[in-house]
Ligand binder design. Structure first.
Ligand SMILES: Nc1ncnc2c1ncn2[C@@H]1O[C@H](COP(=O)(O)OP(=O)(O)O)[C@@H](O)[C@H]1O
Ligand SMILES: C=C(OP(=O)(O)O)C(=O)O
Ligand SMILES: [Mn+2]
Length: 538
């Protein structure tokens, strides 16, 4: 029987006794046909599928809940993971099952994790055909022989038409992402933003892998010709996907990886790239996927007549996305694994324009910045809101990290020490002033600085110590305009820079209070020194 039509599996183990037609492990052509037949999506010139999600065009982080029970009581960090009672979950699950009765559903059996020793077999049950194609692009597909003996260890059920009831289910709204580690079940309802499914798999692995001493990371990974791997940590929008797609390096993955004694491995088999204002010159490989058959384009605007895409049109979403399998990027790794990294890069999109384009971090500073997880968003479009807003999201991924950050921090610290890894902070955000005044760092400059760091040439440059943040900043790099290296020099008013730097340093210090008791004194000592901004200016 062809893989596409593998059937004979029902959902009876879930207690779903009478679902409608079950479309199990349909392949891409079968799903593509079905998406078009149902009118879930439209075909663009070149063969991509254009879909719309309606109201939710990004993750609903505040609607995500973890069931608090004997399994999770001690292992989950409740300060930053909203809880759901087992009773509310039971009611939700009963209502989900009722919603599934008689409904046609799509089922995919896939792996999260390229490393055979550590991968997780997951079953994804979808209401929407395009969600089934999305997750088939994003995760790793079993071979025929693996499929024959496939036994899912976790199930994710995603029903966008299900509306949660805050009274009945203890939710905040009609949207819900409920994670139950004891029952090995995730329920997603009331949103059709596809990213929820892939980030749910990530959440599960972030919970399970530390038990095996494996470090799960919200990062992209690529590897150079001589096997030098690089990890790029970063919150959403900081450049993980953009910067890991580099013609000179093999792409391992753009978003979620594990670091074990065997080296690095991708959790996924595909990418999920931001499409808004994608520049074909700056990002040719990613841009090319918009013209490829089967790429799922979420909330990208298309002319219904000419079927041409308009990547600059943000009328459906600022967060328009493209989902495609890794092999749509020319130099991507088929196996999804590589050795230990030589460099770890922490990306921040600093809309305050304070951070330098690149800085060398000591291991203590690396821990400090990993626990802080800083990035900043542009000044709001709201009238009168002129300040950018800072985000501190620990481990560069707080919404996906069930455990205490100190647990992930300890794993990372040991791996960095064991493998003698060099750590860097890279600002892909603003230069020449805060957002609204300055401009976004040119991708070309970021790439040139990264290449110098990764090929080792930057290590030989001359550095200065930043008076506030304490990290080492290069003063001259071949092929890069010297002026951008020191952000203070890029501001028209250097004193305004000092004031902004002091404010940002204050925010770091205030945010870090919750970690003070959990880290060694040498990590605390790596904190920025806000008052140094003034001293430096005097
Ligand atoms: N210097 C830069 N480095 C990286 N990305 C940049 C830079 N300047 C602008 N960008 C834009 O910022 C966005 C980064 O998003 P993305 O790579 O998808 O981040 P992530 O994968 O971390 O969520 C892209 O839209 C990219 O075009
Ligand atoms: C898919 C996402 O990840 P990222 O923006 O980090 O690529 C997301 O945040 O919804
Ligand atoms: Mn990304």
């Amino acid at each position: 029987m062809p893989e596409a039509m593998m059937t004979g599996r029902d959902l009876s183990d879930l207690g779903v006794t009478n679902p409608g037609k079950l479309n199990v492990n349909w392949n891409e052509p079968a799903l593509y046909e079905e998406i078009v037949r149902r009118g879930e999506g439209q075909v663009a010139r070149g063969g991509a599928l254009v879909v719309k999600t309606g109201q939710h065009t990004g993750r609903s982080a505040r609607d995500k809940f973890t069931v608090r029970d004997a399994e999770t009581e001690e292992s989950v960090w409740w300060d930053f993971n909203a809880s759901m009672t087992p009773d509310h979950f039971d009611t939700l699950w009963a209502d989900f099952r009722a919603h599934m009765e008689g409904r046609e559903l799509f089922v995919q059996e896939l792996f999260g994790g390229a490393d055979e020793d550590h991968r997780l077999p997951v079953r994804i049950v979808n209401e929407l055909a395009w969600h089934s194609l999305f997750i088939r692009h994003l995760l790793r597909r079993p071979h025929m022989d693996e499929l024959a003996k496939f036994e899912a260890e976790f199930t994710i059920v995603n029903l966008p038409s299900f509306k949660a009831d805050p009274e009945r289910h203890g939710t905040r709204s009609e949207t819900v992402i409920a994670v139950n580690f004891a029952r090995r079940l995730v329920l997603i309802g009331g949103t059709s933003y596809a990213g929820e499914t892939k980030k749910s798999v990530f959440t599960i692995l972030n919970y399970l892998l530390p038990q095996k001493k494996i470090m799960p990371m919200h990062c992209s990974v690529n590897v150079g010709e001589d096997g030098d791997a690089a990890v790029f940590f970063g919150l959403s929008g900081t450049g993980k996907t953009t910067l890991s797609a580099d013609p000179r390096r093999v792409l391992v993955g753009d978003d979620e990886h594990g670091w074990s004694q065997n080296g690095l491995f991708n959790f996924e088999g595909g990418c999920y790239a931001k499409m808004i204002r994608l520049d074909p010159k700056a990002e040719p490989a990613i841009h090319a996927t918009t013209q490829m058959w089967g790429t799922v384009l979420e909330n990208v605007v298309m002319d219904p007549v000419t079927r041409e895409l308009d990547l600059d049109d943000a009328s459906l979403a600022e967060n328009s996305r493209g989902a495609y399998p890794l092999h749509y990027i020319p130099n991507a790794s088929a196996k999804g694994t590589c050795g230990h990294p030589r460099n770890v890069i922490m990306l921040t999109c600093d809309a305050f324009g304070v951070m330098p384009p690149i800085a060398k971090l000591t291991p203590a500073q690396a821990m400090y910045h990993f626990l802080s997880g800083y990035t900043a968003k542009v000044a709001g479009t709201e009238k009168g809101v002129t300040e950018p807003s800072a985000t501190f999201s620990t481990c560069f991924g707080a919404p996906f990290m069930p455990r205490h950050p100190a647990e992930y921090g300890a794993l990372l610290r040991e791996l960095i020490a064991e493998h003698g890894v060099d750590c860097w902070l890279v600002n892909t955000g603003w230069t020449g002033g805060a957002s609204g005044v300055g401009q976004r760092m040119p991708i070309k400059a970021t790439r040139a600085l990264l290449n110098a760091a990764l090929d080792g040439s930057l290590a030989g440059a001359s550095f200065r110590e930043d008076p506030v943040f304490g990290f080492m900043v290069p003063t001259a790099v071949e092929g890069v305009d010297e002026k951008i290296l020191n952000p203070r020099d890029t501001w028209s008013d250097p004193e305004a820079y000092d004031a902004q730097a002091e404010k940002l340093a204050d925010m770091f210090v205030a945010n870090f209070e919750k970690f003070e008791a959990h880290v060694q004194p040498y990590v605390r000592a790596a904190a920025p020194k806000p008052h140094q901004a003034k001293t430096a200016a005097e």
